[in-house]
Write a protein that binds this ligand. Structure first.
Ligand code: HEC
Length: 142
C-alpha cells in the first residue's frame, strides 16, 4: 500500500512539473517585460489628452485618426514631436486644428510611442490599414 502511495506522489509531482513546463513555454514568460519607466509619463499624457478617442493603439480606440502603434517607425521622433507641438489644421470635413501639447508632453508622448514601436505585432498593422479615410497626414504638412 505504501508503494502505491509513493507511486501516486511521484505521478503527481511529475504531472505538476510537466504542466509548469508547458505553461512556461506557452506563455514564453521570459519575453514578457514591464513598460519601461521612461515611457510611463507619455502613457499618462496620452490618456490625459484622450488621444485614444480618435486614434487606435493595437486596433483599440477611435477611427478618426490612424493607428499609432507603429507610427514611431514611420515618422521618427523629430517629426512626431513637431506634429504635436505645432499641429496642422486637419483637412476634410473636420477643419479644426489637431490637438496641441506642450514640448514636455510631446517629448513624453514620443517616448511612449517609441516603446509601443518595440512591441512585436507580427507586421500589424498593414500599411494601407494605417490611414484614416480623409484628413491630413504628417506627410502632407510640409
Ligand atoms: C479629435 C480627434 C483627435 C485627437 C483627440 C487626437 N488626434 Fe491625432 N490625428 C487626428 C486626425 C484626424 C489625424 C490625421 C490623420 C490622417 O490624416 O491620417 C491625426 C494625426 C495624428 C498624427 C500624424 C499621423 C500620420 O500618419 O501622419 C499623429 C502622430 C497624431 N495624430 C498623434 C496624436 C496624439 C499623440 C494625440 C493625443 C495627444 C492625438 N493625436 C489626438 C485626430 C485626433
Amino acid at each position: 500500500m505504501t508503494k502505491f502511495y509513493a507511486f501516486l506522489s511521484l505521478l503527481f509531482v511529475t504531472i505538476s512539473l510537466f504542466a509548469l513546463l508547458v505553461y512556461h513555454s506557452i506563455l514564453n514568460i521570459s519575453s514578457l517585460r514591464p513598460i519601461p519607466s521612461d515611457a510611463i509619463p507619455g502613457k499618462t499624457a496620452f490618456q490625459k489628452q484622450a488621444c485614444i478617442e480618435c486614434h487606435t493603439v493595437f486596433g483599440n480606440g477611435g477611427y478618426l485618426g490612424g493607428d499609432l502603434t507603429k507610427i514611431y517607425e514611420k515618422k521618427g521622433a523629430a517629426a512626431l514631436k513637431e506634429y504635436l507641438v505645432h499641429p496642422p489644421i486637419l483637412t476634410g470635413a473636420k477643419q479644426r486644428r489637431h490637438v496641441e501639447v506642450n514640448a514636455e508632453e510631446a517629448e513624453a508622448i514620443v517616448a511612449y510611442l517609441r516603446f509601443l514601436n518595440t512591441i512585436d505585432t507580427l507586421d500589424w498593422p498593414l500599411d494601407s490599414n494605417n490611414r484614416s479615410h480623409s484628413g491630413q497626414s504628417l506627410n502632407d504638412v510640409r
